[in-house]
Design a protein around this ligand. Structure first.
Ligand SMILES: Cc1cc2nc3c(=O)[nH]c(=O)nc-3n(C[C@H](O)[C@H](O)[C@H](O)COP(=O)(O)OP(=O)(O)OC[C@H]3O[C@@H](n4cnc5c(N)ncnc54)[C@H](O)[C@@H]3O)c2cc1C
Length: 209
């Protein structure tokens, strides 16, 4: 099975297992092997902290196949579903199944779990360095901080290993205020960012803080 040919995956996906408690409500394909997927509980949303992950899965050939994914959306909009950034893994057990699911398909979702969290009231400058789908927990943190507007704006720097990975600021709703992502090979930009961080912070009038 190649990365883009899912036809070799003949596992039978259960469309309506009684264990399903959520469903895919939206999906946006950034590239052929990278998707933004929104999953919403059928019942009430479960609260989580930015940085935590949920485990999602479906039954295939009678077995539950599930994997953990960091939530990229803010807990404040959990009722609208949880957004995940997922990369299709060649030879993987779960992601080829996920790629075959239509919007509206049932899923099993459990969680949240994870201790990769921002410390409450930590006023230090935050430099978020991530690559590819590793952006997800940081995006959730930034979205939540921006909504609260009680915290100093974090510096989000996305280190991109190769073109095609998510380096844009799509959907953050903070395009003008979040710094541009820096490519891993753009050393000059990385040095400039370091210099900016070394300067004392002076909140500007009308800024997030
Ligand atoms: C806390 C957490 C958060 C995560 N968040 C994200 C996220 O936001 N986005 C994201 O895309 N992923 C995330 N992941 C990874 C995700 O959970 C899956 O591992 C990933 O999507 C691959 O799943 P899969 O079932 O398709 O592949 P798997 O079946 O798990 O296989 C992964 C790779 O390992 C190889 N492999 C599997 N078994 C063996 C074996 N026995 N011997 C040798 N090689 C083997 C496969 O060929 C494949 O290349 C996260 C993982 C964790 C733990």
């Amino acid at each position: 099975m190649t990365e883009l040919d899912l036809s070799a995956d003949t596992r039978v996906i259960d469309p309506a297992a009684p264990q399903y408690n959520a469903r895919i409500i939206r999906r946006v394909d950034e590239t052929e092997s990278l998707a933004y997927v929104w999953v919403r509980f059928d019942g009430e949303a479960v609260p989580f902290e930015p940085g935590q992950y949920m485990t999602i899965g479906v039954f295939a050939d009678g077995k539950l196949v599930q994997r953990p994914y960091s939530v990229a959306s803010s807990p404040r909009v959990a009722a609208e579903g949880y957004e995940f950034y997922v990369r299709l893994v060649q030879g993987g057990l779960f992601t080829p199944l996920l790629w075959r699911l239509p919007v509206g398909h049932g899923m099993r979702m459990i969680g949240p779990k994870g201790r990769f969290l921002l410390e409450e009231g930590d006023e230090r400058v935050h430099l978020f360095i991530s690559s590819g789908t590793g952006n997800a927990p940081f995006v959730s943190m930034i979205r939540t901080l921006m909504r609260a507007a009680t915290h100093r704006l974090p510096q989000r720097r996305v280190v991109c290993r190769r073109p095609g990975l998510p380096v844009d600021r799509r959907g953050l709703g903070v395009e003008r205020r979040v710094p541009r992502p820096i490519r891993a090979d753009d050393l000059a930009a990385a040095r400039r960012a370091q210099c900016r961080l070394a300067r004392p912070h002076r909140p500007r009038r009308g800024s997030a803080r």
